[in-house]
Design a protein around this ligand. Structure first.
Ligand SMILES: C[S@@+](CC[C@H](N)C(=O)[O-])C[C@H]1O[C@@H](n2cnc3c(N)ncnc32)[C@H](O)[C@@H]1O
Length: 223
């Protein structure tokens, strides 16, 4: 197995370089900043303004666990009940998890971050009064969900590195997985991706991207 390499992004937070896909897990301009912008702000806080009591979230792929960790912190802070499902086909090693500096930079509990990785796959774990968590060690392509989620964090590797996860049939699966008025956010703003999202039924919003990126995409399941 080829080991991924950890590096420091511009906001001081760690990311990893995937040898398999030839790309990094996060923006080089800041992993924490990117997660805050693309997933917490554009999806979690956006949906919270419409659905203040509870949110169901699908995270494709779970990776370093940064999206899950920052969501757990938000859920606790806003006291909103979150049901979180993380999908990851190629988990990172525990050795790598121990090195990641997210808890330190966010000045939060590192035990909770470790727990996200330590807990068993495929069963629900209550990690706080506001956060129920399950992670599936599977390829998203092999799973089926129907009208289940308020939010999808679509955080696969970019279309040029991993085209199979951006195909119409896969984006259709994401559309089907969302409830009506559910949203999907991605850092990607490529024309072809936006056109395919539209084709499977999404309404598209091009919104300002995180540092280093002019635009990102929020796709809404309006019916
Ligand atoms: C851009 S990285 C982002 C990871 C994560 N959100 C984070 O903050 O670290 C993409 C992730 O998707 C995972 N992945 C790749 N192909 C996948 C697939 N077919 N199904 C599920 N996860 C996949 C990778 O292993 C990697 O962890």
């Amino acid at each position: 197995m080829v080991e991924d390499k950890i590096f420091i992004t511009d906001d001081g937070s760690h990311s990893m370089f995937s040898e398999k896909h030839g790309v990094s897990y996060h923006s080089k301009y800041g992993a924490i900043q990117e997660t805050e912008h693309v997933f917490i702000n554009a999806a979690f806080r956006h949906q919270l303004s419409f659905i203040p009591s509870s949110l169901t979230i699908l995270d494709i792929g779970f990776g370093t666990g940064l999206n899950a960790y920052m969501t757990l912190l938000e859920a606790n802070q806003h006291q909103v009940k979150v049901n979180y499902t993380g999908i990851e086909a190629y988990p990172i090693s525990m050795e790598t998890v121990h090195t990641l500096n997210y808890a330190e930079l966010l000045q939060q509990d590192n035990n909770i971050f470790q727990q996200l990785h330590q807990v068993a796959w495929n069963e629900v774990h209550t990690l706080s009064a506001f956060f129920d968590f399950i992670k599936n060690k599977k390829r998203f392509e092999d799973l089926n969900f129907e009208n289940q989620f308020d939010i999808i964090y679509f955080d696969a590797f970019a279309p040029n590195a991993q085209p199979e996860l951006w195909e119409e049939v896969i984006l259709q699966k994401m559309f089907d997985a969302l409830k009506v008025n559910g949203v999907l956010t991605t850092y990607c703003a490529k024309g072809v991706v936006k056109r395919t999202l539209k084709k499977v039924g999404f309404t598209i919003e091009a919104i300002p991207g995180p540092p280093g990126k002019r635009e990102m995409t929020r796709a809404i399941k309006k019916i």
